[in-house]
Design a protein around this ligand. Structure first.
Ligand SMILES: NC(=O)c1ccc[n+]([C@@H]2O[C@H](COP(=O)([O-])OP(=O)(O)OC[C@H]3O[C@@H](n4cnc5c(N)ncnc54)[C@H](OP(=O)(O)O)[C@@H]3O)[C@@H](O)[C@H]2O)c1
Length: 329
């Protein structure tokens, strides 16, 4: 029997175009002792994938090499096994790849059959861990403070804002459409959501955050970055989670000047989740708590078929995704 996989065959220059990938048909592998075979059912598409495509050796993960199957996280079912910890029929979550079948990877773990895919790939996995780690462990908020989050309607940003509300913060989000802003205010309880395509962002933010900004959870970069930076309060924290506006650029935009960082005694801290795997149990427990108390809602945006990933990944860069983007295989 053969299965489909998608390999990286070219580096993006700088946009992700269909010709950088090639679909191949491969025979199912024979298993060695300790191995297991997973039929992937759902695959997560994440902005980080763009950063894995460049030849950049200083990142937290090595780049995907030309000729390799594109890397992903996903959920699947064990269909063949020579490993008693991963019996046939078990549902697993972890690093997979753009492929219908994958060999079990070192970070895979068995997960409950009954959990919705959105909980597994969204609220409890990378987006949830990112939101919790960035806001709670790095931002260290105090009730009553004002939090601004960019990319607010995305899978990370929407969870950041909701955790912020659960922790007693005033929450202002920036998102790219009126529909997304309405969802943030009406369904998720953001105090204010601002369409970053609006004319006078500085005035909109000043009205939404009359006491200034204590916490800035940065997911996007772009022009809104400077606007929020200028309205930071003394001793504010800037949590640099991602700069999606710069991922498809040969030369990233210049950042703000250090004078404000100095005089306002701001703390600016970047982070990536893989550096914090030692905290995963604690963070997962906290996320489950918010989820069980109905404090975390999310939207799942599902596209179908392995090859839908090739165009689908670009939905993250033009804002077509409405919530956590997942490929159903
Ligand atoms: N540090 C970590 O460990 C870690 C882990 C996961 C994710 N991240 C980062 O977190 C950020 C959000 O990731 P996500 O998974 O939650 O993705 P997402 O927000 O669900 O999807 C990406 C969204 O970014 C917005 N966007 C795209 N291009 C933009 C631009 N030029 N300017 C402003 N907004 C733009 C779009 O929404 P609009 O319609 O609002 O434009 C799009 O829907 C990314 O930067 C990602 O790299 C970091």
């Amino acid at each position: 029997m053969q299965y489909k996989a998608i390999k990286l065959v070219k580096r993006p220059n700088p946009d992700i175009t269909a010709d950088i990938f090639a679909t191949v048909h491969l025979p199912l592998p024979a298993l060695d002792e300790g191995q297991f075979l997973v039929r992937q059912t759902h695959m997560s598409l994440d902005p980080a994938m763009r950063t894995w495509l460049d030849e950049y050796d200083d990142s937290y993960l090595p780049p995907v090499q030309l000729g390799e199957t594109m890397r992903a996280f996903g959920v699947g079912e064990v269909v063949e096994s020579r490993n008693p910890d991963f019996p046939v029929g078990a549902r697993v979550l972890g690093t997979t790849g753009w492929a219908e079948y994958v060999l079990g990877s070192a970070d895979m773990r068995v997960v409950p059959q009954e959990l919705p895919v959105g909980d597994l790939l969204g609220a409890l996995h990378l987006p949830g861990l990112t939101a919790y780690l960035g806001l709670m462990e790095i931002g260290r908020p105090k009730a009553g403070e004002t939090l601004v989050v960019t990319g607010a309607a995305g899978s990370v940003g929407s969870l950041v804002g909701q955790i912020g509300k659960a922790e007693g913060l005033r929450v202002v989000g920036f998102a790219g459409s009126d529909e997304k802003c309405a969802w943030l205010e009406q369904e998720l309880g953001f105090d204010k959501a601002i369409n970053y395509r609006a004319a006078d962002l500085a005035a909109e933010l000043a009205a939404a955050a009359p006491n200034g900004v204590d916490l800035f959870f940065e997911n996007t970069g772009g022009p809104v970055q400077e606007v929020v930076f200028q309205q930071m309060n003394r001793l504010g924290r800037i949590i640099v989670c991602g700069v999606i506006a710069d991922y498809n650029k040969h030369t990233p935009s210049p950042g703000p000047n250090w004078k404000e960082v100095n005089l306002k005694a701001l703390r600016v801290e970047g982070f990536v989740v893989p550096d914090h795997f030692d905290k995963i149990d604690r963070m997962s427990k906290a996320l489950l708590g918010y989820l069980q108390q109905g404090q975390l809602c999310y939207r799942l945006h599902t596209i179908k078929g392995l090859e839908s990933a090739i165009d689908g990944i670009n939905m993250l860069f033009d804002g077509r995704n409405q919530g956590k983007l997942v490929v159903e295989l």
